[in-house]
Design a protein around this ligand. Sequence first.
Ligand SMILES: *Cc1c(COP(=O)(O)O)cnc(C)c1O
Length: 418
Amino acid sequence: MLNTHNQVTTNTNFFGNASPHELIEKYGSPLYVYNENILRDRCRELKQLITYPNFSVNYSVKANGNLSLLKIAREEELNVDAMSPGEIYVEEMAGFKSDQILFISNNISAEEMQYALDRNITVSVDSLSQLETLGKINNGGKVCVRFNPGVGAGHHEKVVTGGKKTKFGIEPTKIEEVKEILEKYNLHLTGINQHIGSLFMDGDKYIEGINSLLSIAKNFKDLDFIDLGGGFGIPYKKLDHQPRLDLIELGKKLDKVLFNFAKEYGKQLQFKIEPGRYIVGECGLLLGTVHSTKVNYDIKYIGTDLGFNVLKRPIMYDSYHDIEIYRTRTKPSTKSEFVTVVGNICESGDIIAKERMLPEIFEGDLLGVLDAGAYGYCMASNYNNRLRPAEVLISATGDSKLIRKRDSFESLVNNFII
Ligand SMILES: *Cc1c(COP(=O)(O)O)cnc(C)c1O
């Protein structure tokens, strides 16, 4: 490849034995590409986060529910969270057993609770009314409760899930009411959990949230586990050398807090974390093709097939994703310029990167949108009747393997009543 802007994927040998052009030729554009080695590295890093022995990493599958990636996470001995019966269904398909799944529910129906209970999967409820609903159908059973200690964190208002202005969890002032409902239905509270929000790059807020959760835990005598939540951030600005979350430092602080708590509680109960993005974000990349370039009223647009139907994060959260450029032809970029990279959807908000300084881009170039493995494919849609892309895995040996087919015109019309 010539004249390319591809430091990050070169450093990680992201594409293995293939080149971006070979992958696009073989599987079509746009295309989600995942790297197995990076996925396994991330799983292992979090498995080793702390030395506290009774510890489980529950991968939050909503970030990326591809069956092949789930199987790898299971091989790496991760457990999983589910947010819906559909996620439970796929997790079971990937081989996870009921005691490896925690259903973290929010405003679900009694039927959805029953789906989990029938499988002996623990349900975490996050309101008094849902606790009542569960008590009615599972009298004498087990339950987990999600609390919201009033601490939130995250990169965007929409992903802050703890704190006083979110719909999640039960506030600590309602602990007595929780106890009353538990008693009324003879429920055994086996665990409590929280999730303060997504993408923290500094562990202090996380620890603060944990301290609040642990003080809630002291109100309950016989817990088996405490789930500390996810939100572990990844550096989205790799081309600017953004530092990684310091897991060593966070791990040390966590260990101290958790060992102390277990001692005080008088039981070496299990601690869980529930990372999503940290596990799958960096192993995924979105490849697309530049179909046109133009200048409109002094703004240079790079027109691609990467609409927000394929990657929604930039339009949903104003997210920043690094962009690499891959080129086989010999025409070099002789300058850098501010460009706005857009997709092919009929909406003026269909922008992947706004006024980004990049080497000159030409028609026919391929672009790689980095760190697209989390909240990428799973949020893709058929808007404009576009086909959701295929997903490909670069295996540990460097070979590429199709792990989800591209949508087809048939799949678009599948559910019509004809
Ligand atoms: C989304 C979510 C997670 C994972 O968040 P990340 O930022 O991807 O780590 C964990 N737990 C709950 C309850 C969530 O809703």
